[in-house]
Design a protein. Structure first.
Length: 403
C-alpha cells in the first residue's frame, strides 16, 4: 500500500480505478495547505495520490510525504506476487530513517546556515548514501524470502532546504519543475532506450512501450544515483510521478497544462484520470508540491552564486548579454555535478542539451580541455544531431545544463 508519514493520520487506501470517480477523493492520500517546513524559506501546499492498476491485486507504488523533514519521495516497485510492493515500502522506510537521523539533520541544517559549495556537496553525498542504503536493504530483503527474489523499485527523493530543492533519482519515475512559464523534466529515465539516447553514440530504434530498466534499487550492488538541485521561488511547483501517470500522456502541451492546475490535489486527480482515460492500466501515483509565499529571509548565498554569474557571463554563448539576461539563463538552467571519469551526456529526458562549465575541467573527444565558462554541445541548441564520443570529466565538475 502507498506509504504515508507516520506523523499523520493513516491515509485511505487508493481504490481500484474502475470504481473511482474523478471528482472523488478515493485516490488522495494526503493534502495539506500552508505547511511550514523547517530549514525551508517558503510555505508550501502539497498533495499525494495513488491509484491501483486496472485488474491488479496490489498497488506496487509507494509514496512518502514528510514535511517535518522537508522530505518527499516516490517509488514504483516491481517483482510480482506483491514483491514490488515490499521493495517500494522497504526503500521508503530506509529513506525516512536515514534522512531523519540526527547526523543527517545536522548536515541539512549546516547547509541551511552556511550554503557554501562544500556543504552543498555534502548534501548530495548524503542523498547518494541514503539511496545506496535503500539499495542494500532491498537486496537483503529479497534474499530472505523466495517469492521476493529479484524484486526492485525505482526511487525519487526531493529534499527542500533554504530556497532550493535537492533531488536524487534512480529508475524511470520522473521529477518535474513547473514554473509559471515552463515545465521542465529534471530527471532522465534509467531505461534501455533513454540510456542509448543519452549517450548520443547511436540512435536507438523508436521507443517501445515499456523500455527495460538499466538501473534500479535492489537489482545490483553497483547503483548509479543522479543528483541535482534547483533554485525555487514563489509560484514554482515540483511534481514527481510514476510511469503509470506519464506513459500515456505523450502530448507535452497537455502534460504541461495539467501541471498548472489550480491546486495540487486537483493536479493529482487530473493526472491520474487523464492516464486512465488514455487506457493506462499500471499503478499510477503522484506527489505535487507548490511553493507559496516566502516567510524567511536569510543571508544571501552570494559567494558561489556571484562567482557563477561572472563565469556564465564569460561564456561564448552569453558574453555580450546584459546582466538581466545572464540571470535569466541561470534561472532557466539546471546545475549538475559530475565526478571524475564521467561522460557528459548529449541528451536528457527527451531533449538534446548544452552545458556551460561553472568550475572543473572537461576533456573533449579531440583531446582539447575546457575549464570554467567553457561551452559544450552548442549544436544541441540549434537542434543539430552529432554522434560519436562524449566529453569526459577530468575532475569533479559543475555544469549549467541548458536546453
Amino acid at each position: 500500500m502507498p506509504k504515508s508519514s507516520p506523523d499523520h493520520s493513516p491515509a485511505p487506501s487508493p481504490s481500484r480505478p474502475e470504481a473511482s470517480e474523478p471528482e472523488s477523493d478515493d485516490w488522495m492520500l494526503e493534502r495539506q495547505l500552508g505547511v511550514v517546513i523547517p530549514s525551508f524559506d517558503f510555505r508550501v501546499d502539497y498533495a499525494a495520490a495513488s491509484s491501483m492498476g486496472v485488474g491488479r491485486e496490489h498497488n506496487e507504488d509507494a509514496l512518502l510525504c514528510h514535511p517535518q523533514s522537508g522530505l518527499f519521495a516516490i517509488a514504483d516497485g516491481m517483482g510480482g506476487h506483491a514483491a514490488g510492493e515490499v521493495a517500494a515500502q522497504v526503500s521508503l522506510e530506509v529513506v525516512e530513517r536515514e534522512l531523519g537521523a540526527r547526523e543527517a539533520r545536522n548536515e541539512i541544517e549546516r547547509y541551511a546556515k552556511e550554503p557554501e559549495l562544500e556543504n552543498r556537496r555534502a548534501l548530495f553525498e548524503l542523498l547518494e548514501r541514503t539511496l545506496g542504503a535503500a539499495n542494500d536493504a532491498v537486496i537483503q530483503a529479497g534474499r530472505k524470502k523466495a517469492s521476493h527474489k529479484g524484486m526492485g523499485t525505482t526511487l525519487d527523493v526531493v529534499l527542500t532546504v533554504r530556497d532550493r530543492a535537492f533531488f536524487a533519482h534512480v529508475g524511470d519515475s520522473r521529477a518535474y519543475l513547473v514554473r509559471p512559464t515552463a515545465t521542465l523534466q529534471l530527471t532522465h529515465d534509467h531505461a534501455a532506450y533513454d540510456t542509448l539516447r543519452t549517450s548520443g553514440k547511436r540512435t536507438p530504434a523508436p521507443r517501445f512501450s515499456r523500455s527495460p530498466l538499466t538501473n534500479s534499487i535492489g537489482h545490483r550492488r553497483r547503483l548509479v544515483v543522479d543528483t541535482l538541485f534547483v533554485d525555487l521561488a514563489a509560484g514554482d511547483r515540483i511534481v514527481m510521478c510514476t510511469d503509470g501517470v506519464f506513459n500515456s500522456l505523450e502530448d507535452e502541451f497537455e502534460f504541461a497544462r495539467l501541471c498548472r492546475a489550480a491546486d495540487d490535489a486537483e493536479l493529482c486527480r487530473a493526472m491520474i484520470q487523464a492516464a486512465r482515460e488514455q487506457g493506462e492500466r499500471d499503478d499510477a501515483s503522484i506527489v505535487a508540491l507548490s511553493v507559496k509565499e516566502r516567510f524567511v529571509k536569510r543571508r544571501s548565498d552570494a559567494g558561489p552564486r556571484a562567482r557563477d554569474i561572472v563565469t556564465v557571463s564569460s561564456s561564448p554563448l552569453l558574453i555580450d548579454l546584459s546582466a538581466a539576461h545572464v540571470l535569466s539563463a541561470l534561472a532557466a538552467g539546471v546545475e549538475v555535478e559530475l565526478k571524475k571519469g564521467a561522460e557528459v551526456p548529449r541528451a536528457v529526458a527527451s531533449d538534446r542539451v548544452a552545458y556551460i562549465i561553472l568550475d572543473g575541467m572537461v576533456e573533449l573527444p579531440s583531446g582539447r580541455t575546457l575549464g570554467a565558462s567553457g561551452l559544450l554541445m552548442v549544436e544541441s541548441l540549434l537542434d543539430l544531431v552529432v554522434r560519436g564520443q562524449l566529453p569526459k570529466v577530468l575532475e569533479r565538475t559543475r555544469l549549467l545544463r541548458i536546453r
